[in-house]
Design a protein around this ligand. Sequence first.
Ligand code: GAL
Length: 459
Amino acid sequence: MSKKVWNSLLAVFVIAATVLSACAPAATEAPATEVPATVAPATEMPATEAPTEAPATEAPAAGQVEVFSWWVGGGEAAGLTAMTEVFKEKYPDIEFVNAAVAGGSGTNARAVLATRLQAGDPPDSWQAHAGQEIIGTYVAADQVAPLDDFYAESGFADVLPETLIPLISQDGHPYSVPVNIHRSNVMWYNPNVLSEAGVDAVPTTWDEFFAACDKIVAAGKICLALGPQWTAMHLFENVMIGALGAEKWNALWAPGADWSSADVKAALDAYAKALTYTNSDHAQLADWQPAAQLVTNGDAAFNIMGDWADGYFENAAPDGLGLTAHTDFDWAPVPGTDGIFVFLSDSFVLPANAKNPDATNAWLTVAASKEGQEAFNPVKGSICARTDCDQSLFNEYLQSAGTDWSTDTVVGSLTHGVVANDAWKAKIDTALGLFLSDNNVDGFQAALVEACASDGVCK
Ligand code: GAL
């Protein structure tokens, strides 16, 4: 990936972070005691073996660690289990309490989490997306503690892409431990449905996509499988990026953003058109898996979804569908996004005023470790956040994602927390929900302009 590309992503992020957190209370440094040194050392992070503040004779961490995520469904739960196994082996005295709440992209989980945070009852660690979800939301509300000691003792920063660090940091303090890199802009498709409908080439532009859809619909199939509302936002970001390109997408999240432009209108028109090719019962589907399965069982041609779908497709039953790449399913970049990597990163945090900091530190140590990430990511359908994972552990799709991550133009996901904080994203989501029922592009655009003006960088 060129420096220029990362620099522009970071510039957008840093400006957005500055603007969005301008009213937030200053982050307070966690007391040194919040990052205890009593945990059993993981062999791959030798720096944690001899922390300076704790006597080597102290007892290992014990008790429980409650870890909150939304990794419950096919493909997702298995990734968490794989990392939990590493945790259990390293920390047999700490009981792992899985507090996962079902619902892809965390829609339900994050509502439950917000209630718990408000009630002063945080889990010991929770899943949080790198970018504005952490910086403009949890850090801005003083709900998470900085991890300076953890980073200093573990040397974790040395094995992270240097450019990821600003996305989890405020004022130079890191606030989370990234476990992976996911890609949002993958178009999964069923090669048999395409060939039976006479679609000879996988579409690379939205016009080609719509032409292919006409053939697929004529052949009696659904063209674009969609699930509940968060997947419609996922589709939204992908059509927008495909229509606008990376630079104009980035500009929507930076001061001077113009959501009222003709370019945005044209992208919204493309989104409206894409929706006309989706299954009419999408709002009733339980989550992303049933929508993805419409493709693999031959009812639909395409599904635009993140690469967690790869874990679901390729993991053996019961964790996944046990499918074969290129035969049962295939993949291509979302139309208009070849050479662009729409990224998101799952990470874990330490709550402010943590009740159980030793156990949280133990969990973060595993989440940061090579062993933890190598266990988690090949099953989850993501690539490691660490740069030193053994590539031979990853399947063909994930190896290709690893290559694209290092060569493509990287931009941030809206749906998965990178570019907008929660307040702004919620406004966009409300506007999107209305649009899905009234189909009014002008009204949608006006609401997006207003969302930026009231909660985003246009204020
Ligand atoms: C994302 C999350 C992924 C995956 C996906 C679908 O927000 O980052 O790890 O869980 O939701 O649930």
